[in-house]
Design a protein around this ligand. Sequence first.
Ligand SMILES: Cc1ncc(C[n+]2csc(CCOP(=O)(O)OP(=O)(O)O)c2C)c(N)n1
Ligand SMILES: [Mg+2]
Length: 557
Amino acid sequence: MNARTGGQILVDQLLVHGVRHVFCVPGESYLAVLDALHDASIDITVCRQEGGAAMMAEAHGKLTGRPGICFVTRGPGVTNASPGIHIAKQDSTPLIVFVGQIERGMREREAFQELDYRAVFGSMAKWVTEIDDAARIPEIVARAFRVATAGRPGPVVIALPEDMLVETAAVADALPYEPVETHPALAQMAELQKLLWAAKAPLAILGGTRWSEKAVERFVRFAERFDLPVAVSFRRQMLFPADHPNYIGDIGFGANPALVARIKAADTVLLVGGRLSEVPSQSYSLFGIPEPGCTLVHVHPDSGELGRVYRPALAINASPSAFSAALEGLQPPKAIGWGGNREEARAAYLAWSDPAPVRTPGTLQMGEVMAYLEEKLPADAIMCNGAGNYAIWLHRFHRFRRFGTQLAPTSGSMGYGVPAAVGAKRLHPERTVVAFAGDGCFLMNGQEFATAVQYDLPIVVIVVDNGIYGTIRMHQEREYPGRVSGTMLKNPDFAAYARAFGGHGERVERTEEFAPAFERALASGKPAIIHCLIDPEVITPATTLSAIREKALKAKQ
Ligand SMILES: Cc1ncc(C[n+]2csc(CCOP(=O)(O)OP(=O)(O)O)c2C)c(N)n1
Ligand SMILES: [Mg+2]
C-alpha cells in the first residue's frame, strides 16, 4: 500500500464519500489539503468570509441531504464560520467543517490562533473532534459523514493539526458511507391507521429534514387518499406543494390566524419530521406542554426528540422518507367524515396568500412585485433569504411548488440569502436562483456577491431597502414607542455596488419599474442586484410603523 500524506488521504476520503464541492477560505494551517485538492475532481469555491463559506456548504446540505463541506483556518477562521455551524444545528442540516489546527507539539501554550474546538463548539455541533494520526483519517471522516446525517442531522467540526496533514501513512480508504435509516414498525403504522380512523378533525404538520422529492410525492398521495389538510412548519414550505388542494399554509412568524386556530381545534395532529419549536409552535402556545391536548402522532428520526417537549399519543422513530414510504400501506376510512375541513382550510390559505388586495404606503408595492414573480418564476426556482421582515413577502406570497426550492434559515440568521444563493447556483447552474435580502441582512454577507461574479453564477438578489433594521424597529415601536434607538441605517447604492463587483445593478423605486428591471437582470447573464427602495412605514403587508407606535402609545395611556 502506498504511503500518502494526511492531506491526500483526507481528500481521497471526500471522493470516496461522493463529495464534488467544497467551500473554503484558505489558511496556512491546511495547505496540504489545498495541495491535494489541486489534482482532485472536486470543485473548490473560494469565498470572502468563512461565514459565507459555511452557509454555502450548509445550503448544499439542505438541497442534497448529504453533508456540505467547508474548509476554514484555525481561530478567527472557524469563529467566523460559526453562524453556518449554528444554522446547521438549528435547521438539522448535515455539514462537516474542517478546521486547520496548530501543530500537535504546541498545544496548550496558546499558540498562534490556538482554540480548543471541543470547548468552543461542544454545544453547537453534533460532534467535535481532532485527528491526531494520519492513519486514522479514513475512520474518523467516515464516522463524521455518518454522524452528520444520522438521526437528526447536524454539523460536525474536525480539527486538522497542520503537522498531521503533512505526515505520511499507509492506510486503506474507507468504504462510502451509508446513511442510517430508521423505519416505522408495522404495529405503529396499524396504530396510526386506527387513530386516523377515529379522528374527527385531523391534520398534518410537516417539518425537519431527511425528506426527498420522492418522500414529498408519497406524502402528497397519502394526503390525497385521506383527504388530509397539510400544513408545514416555519420555513419548511418546500415539503408540500403550495398549489396542491390539500396544502393549508405554514406556521412561522406572523402565521395566518385562521390556520393557527384550525391547528388548535384539531383533535388529531400528525407531526412528521419537525420539532414544533418556539417559532412554529407560536411561542409554545399551539399545544399544551407536556400534554398536548390533542392526539399527537410524532414522527421524528431522532428518538431523543420524541417526548422531549410534547407527550405524543403515538411516537414513531423514523425518518420522514422511510415513514412516507410506509404510508402507502395505510387504508383510509371508507367514508371520510371530516366535513369541509380541508376545503375551508384551503380557502383560508388562498385568501391569506393572495397579494392582490395588499396596499401599502409608498410608490413600490411589494404585493405587486410578488404577484409578478409568481407569474414569472419557474416552479423549480430556488428562493433564498436570511432574516428580517422583508422575508414575510416571500414566505407569505410565494407558492413553493417543489422540493429543493427553499433555502431559509429556521435559526433566523441574517446574512444567509446571498451565500445560500451562491451555493445553490454552484450546484444547479441551470436553475433560476433568487435571493431576497433586507438592507441590513444583505450587508452581513453581501461580499459573497464577489464569489458569484468570480464563478459566473448569475443569481438575482432582491435587496428590499427600508433604511432600517426593520424587524427590530417594529419590536421597538411596540415596546418603547417613539424611542428609536440603534435601528437606523444609512445605505450605499446597492446597484452601483453590484456594478463595482462586475455584476448587473438595477434601482427600483416604483412598482412599474420592477418587471423590466428583473427582465434585464436575467437577460444580463450576470449576477445581479435589484435595489428596491420601499417606504420604512411598510413594516409588514398588514400594518405600518406608525400604526404600531400609535397602538402602543394608546396602550400606555
Ligand atoms: C445574525 C443576526 N443578527 C441580528 C439578528 C436580529 N435581527 C433580526 S431581523 C433584524 C433586522 C433585519 O433588517 P433588514 O435586513 O434590513 O430587514 P427588515 O426587517 O428591515 O426588512 C435583526 C437585526 C439576527 N436575526 N441575526
Ligand atoms: Mg431593512
